[in-house]
Each structure stands twice: as C-alpha cells, then as structure tokens.
Ligand binder design. Structure first.
Ligand SMILES: [Zn+2]
Length: 376
C-alpha cells in the first residue's frame, strides 16, 4: 500500500501539469464544441492506459465519455462530470495558477481535480500491481451542472451493472471529508391566475394574483420540516403589470429539498393540494423533486467504513459529512447501488472565483481511490 502512495507522491508535479491541461480546456455545460474537445483529450489519456473508450453522442450536450478497463468481477463505476459552471473565456480573468500550495482555475475543484485523481489512481495500480485488480468503468458526463438530463439514463444503466459507485465530486472542507448523504433537489412552479381590473375604477371586480400568491407563499413555508431535512425556498417570484392594475398573474419558482426518499411523495402531494383563498383565483402547480436524495443507508455506511479503514492505513483519519446539494451519486444511490461521494479533490470555492485545490492532498486522495478499486 505505501508503495502506491510513494509512487503517487513522486507524480505530484505531473498531476498538477495534467490538471492544468484539463483546466485550460474550458468546458461550460452549454458549449458542446468545448466539451467535446475536453472529452477527446481525457479519452486519449485513458486510452494510453489501455482503457476502451466509448462516447455516447449527444446532439446538443457534449458527448458523454465512457471508458472500460477489463478485469475480474462486476465493474466498479467511477462517476464524474466534465462540465463546469464557468462561461467560455473565463480563463482570461481567472487563469490557471499555483500559489500557496494551491492550484486555481475554473472548474478545478468541481471537478477537474477529481478526474485527474481517477487517471492517476489507475496509473498507480498498473504501475505498482502490474494490472488492474478488477473491472473498472469510468463515466464522465457533460451535463451534471445543468441537471444531468441527457446523461441520467446512461448513469443509471451503468450503475445497475456495477458493484459500487465512486463519485469524484469535491471533498467537504479542509479535512477532505467524504459525502455520505446528499439532499434530493427539485423545483416547483406555482402559478396563480387572478382577474385583472382597474385599481381605482372597479377594484371589487379584480382578484389579485399577487395577493393570492403572497398567501400561498405562507402556506408553502410550512411545508418545510427542518428536523427531517425538508427545506423550501421560493427564490424567485414575479407578477403583475402596473401598479394601477389588479394583477392577473403571479408566479413563484420554489426550490425544494429532501433528505429522505419517503418525503418526496408527501411533499409533492402538499404542493398539488394548494387551493386558492380567493375562489376567483386559480392555482396551477408544476415541477417535482427530480434528483432523489442520497440517503446514508447501511450500504453507504459500509462503503464509508471501508474507505475509513483504508485511509487509516495511509495514516489519515477520514471523516464523513452531509451535503445540501445533489450530484449524480444521488441517482445511483436511489437505485440501491452502494455509492460513495466526495472522493474528489480537497479544496474550496466550488462555483466561486477563488475555486482551488490543495496540491499536497492529491497523492493520498488518488491512493485512497486506488485502494478502494483494489479492495472492493
Ligand atoms: Zn460537481
């Protein structure tokens, strides 16, 4: 085991150089050409290691990249994404740079650092063990940051064929904790239709959609259940046309999150049962919790315990944490496939301009990933 870590420690400068290459190939979720360039680059890296590359072509999204490594047993699925939240051209004002033991750049933490770890974990196993101890599939999708619409079915199909799923999302905090639970995430649109009227000439003929929506917001606020991890945020509201017109329409876009699968149905029923206080208004509800929660199930805990034991052998006390945001690991965990998330780089500032990874942590994170691949 230590030889793995020793070898990886020697590769640190090379890992940083690889990271730079990935960061300098910008890859916003909405830029197919850019994503495909990055996909080709990563595919070539995996091919050098003997992986069999397969693209899942997409018309609008970037092509999703699957790489299969032959080996014994049911494969382990390594799951990541190539897209970032940063627009093309961000590099000009936020270039790749190294300072104070950190590497900075758009998408470096979420999650190009994780992709580099996967490449070096496989390299380390080949170098130190001669070969991969088991079958490994890597899936790098191009649309995770915008809801994984075109990749979800591919992720789920591969997960079903796999023994476990290791997710390359950023680690939590400076300790580099893994993520053993994540919230399920959804969005609802609540649209109120009222009756327009002149606010001065015949106010009694109007039914204000804005006032009705205001009342409904207070009802929705009560859908939250802090203790069980249900949160509601009507983050965007709009409505009305002019101050002297009683509003005919008003809409709220509501972020909804749950910790437990069982709360999805219950919450949905509550949204669907919203009824107008003013009977002249109508309410239309659309949306859902589309990304199920990653629950801290027995399987997840077992997988984390294994990772903790392997980390301890590397001389480090691994911690676990809960995340409020979702990842593609939510899909695979909801299928009952053992899933461990947050195995990517240690750093800070995901989706923020100070986004960075800690260079010193790269070797042991890659070593942990390699140890999981050969122990699972
Ligand atoms: Zn991510």
């Amino acid at each position: 085991m230590l030889p793995l870590l020793n070898w990886l420690t020697k590769q640190k400068p090379e890992m940083v150089a690889s990271l730079r290459e990935l960061v300098e190939l910008e890859s916003p979720s909405n830029n197919k050409a850019a994503l495909d360039r990055l996909g080709q680059h990563i595919a070539a890296e995996f091919e050098k290691l003997g992986g069999r590359v397969q693209f899942h072509p997409q018309e609008h999204a970037g092509d999703h990249l699957q790489v299969n490594f032959a080996g014994a047993g049911k494969p382990i699925l390594i799951l990541g994404h190539m897209d970032t939240v940063w627009d093309q051209g961000t590099l000009a004002s936020m270039p790749f740079r190294v300072a104070n033991g950190r590497a900075f750049g758009p998408g470096i933490f979420d999650m190009k650092g994780g992709i580099v770890l996967a490449i070096y974990a496989i390299r380390a196993l080949q170098q130190e063990r001669g070969n991969l101890p088991r079958a490994v599939t890597a899936l790098l999708v191009s649309d995770e940051e915008i809801g994984s619409k075109s990749s979800r079915s591919i992720t789920e199909a591969l997960a079903k064929k796999s023994a476990a799923v290791l997710v390359l999302e950023p680690a939590q905090g400076k300790d580099g904790a893994l993520k053993t639970s994540r919230k399920g995430v959804g969005e609802y649109q609540v649209k109120v239709t009222g009756r327009e009227a002149h606010s001065g000439l015949d106010p009694e003929k109007g039914a204000s959609a804005v006032l009705e929506l205001a009342r409904q917001l207070l009802v929705m606020e009560k859908f939250a259940d802090r203790k069980n991890g249900v949160t509601i945020n009507p983050g965007v509201i709009s409505g009305g046309t002019r101050t002297n017109v009683i509003a005919g329409e008003a809409t709220a876009a509501v972020d909804a999150r749950v910790s437990r699968l069982q709360d999805i149905r219950r919450l949905d029923k509550k949204f669907r049962s919203l009824r107008p206080f003013d009977k002249r208004c109508q309410i239309a509800v659309s949306g859902k919790v589309g990304r199920p929660p990653l629950e801290r199930s027995k399987q997840v805990v077992e997988l984390f315990e294994l990772a903790r034991r392997l980390a301890r052998e590397l001389g480090w006390e691994l911690k676990e944490s809960a995340a409020g945001g979702g990842s593609d690991g939510n899909f695979t965990a909801a299928l009952g496939i053992p899933t461990l998330d947050g195995l990517g780089a240690v750093g800070e500032g995901a989706h923020a301009r100070h986004e960075s990874v800690m260079i010193a942590e790269l070797p042991r994170r890659a070593a942990l990933l390699a140890r999981l691949l050969e122990t699972l």
